[in-house]
Write a protein that binds this ligand. Structure first.
Ligand SMILES: Cc1cc2nc3c(=O)[nH]c(=O)nc-3n(C[C@H](O)[C@H](O)[C@H](O)COP(=O)(O)O)c2cc1C
Length: 247
């Protein structure tokens, strides 16, 4: 396997959950948003927006929603990434066109993918500057309130936050699933992909021994707990309220 600085940075990735109380400079933020805005975009629709939550009171209201308050409040910057087809809706309306093409499930998927690519570009850029990052899907714990707090228009969805700052501490990278469970040639090998084998022991050992938040669990156990109930069922209602048909 080839190794260079970029690949090393990618394979060394860990989420950071403790930041110094040092705001990023305007120049650092300019670099980060430029990286985010430079990603690939489906049909070049650029269907995302980025909101810098610079107001401390607003940040703390958002933080309270996330279950990740300490590292949303104390960080270098907190961005909310918004899947966004409002601009296109405005264009279509001004031209007397139907909004059906924006309301579709496919368009929603396009906007969420564009948003995610932008955020990951920003994350990689931040790590190259020796900053730490953590995605904050916890904003969807109360997606309605987040939309109200940010004054979001129709055809927008707050997908996640990204907290970025100077790390106080960093965990060791989490062991990823073996390649044979995720990568194949030509066809989907059901048994090979679903049989996690040694990964169970590897993750049990990782969770038992890690310095912060050690637990007696494994990857499978965590995933059963995570998916055995429907999480955030109100998200679908929110998406409909924003104008998406989910069809
Ligand atoms: C879309 C998304 C949302 C996430 N939301 C949260 C969150 O709300 N709080 C948190 O502490 N970590 C969050 N994470 C971080 C994941 O827990 C983390 O990426 C995962 O456990 C793998 O660990 P690593 O990033 O250190 O390799 C999120 C990650 C992603 C991709």
């Amino acid at each position: 396997m080839a190794m260079n600085q970029t690949i090393k940075q990618l394979t060394d990735h860990v989420s950071v959950r403790a930041f110094k109380d040092t705001p990023l400079t305007d120049s650092q933020k300019e670099t980060l948003v430029t990286a985010a805005r430079s990603g690939s975009s489906s049909n070049f629709v650029q269907a995302f927006s980025i909101i810098d939550i610079s107001d401390a009171a607003l940040r703390s209201e958002l933080a309270a929603i996330t279950n990740s308050a300490p590292y949303v409040n104390q960080t270098g910057v907190f961005y909310v990434f918004v899947a966004d087809l409002y601009r296109q809706a405005t264009l279509l309306e001004a031209n007397g066109e139907s909004l059906a093409g924006i309301q579709s499930m496919e368009s929603l998927m396009v906007s969420i993918v564009d948003t995610t690519i932008a955020a990951q570009n920003m994350a990689v850029a931040a790590e190259s500057l020796d900053l730490g990052i953590c995605y904050i899907g916890g904003i969807r714990n109360d997606i309605d309130k987040v939309a109200k707090l940010l004054d979001l228009p129709p055809f927008t969805v707050p997908v996640f936050g990204l907290t970025i700052g100077h790390p106080v501490s960093k965990n060791n990278p989490k062991p990823r699933m073996p390649q044979k469970n995720q990568v194949a040639e030509n066809h989907y090998p059901r048994e090979q992909f679903a049989n996690l084998g040694a990964y169970e022991e590897q993750t049990a050992a990782y969770y038992a021994k890690r310095g912060v938040n050690a637990q007696e669990t494994s990857w499978s156990e965590k995933n059963i707990l995570f998916f055995k109930e429907v999480r955030r069922p109100e998200v679908a209602e929110f998406l409909k309220k924003q104008g998406f048909l989910l069809a």
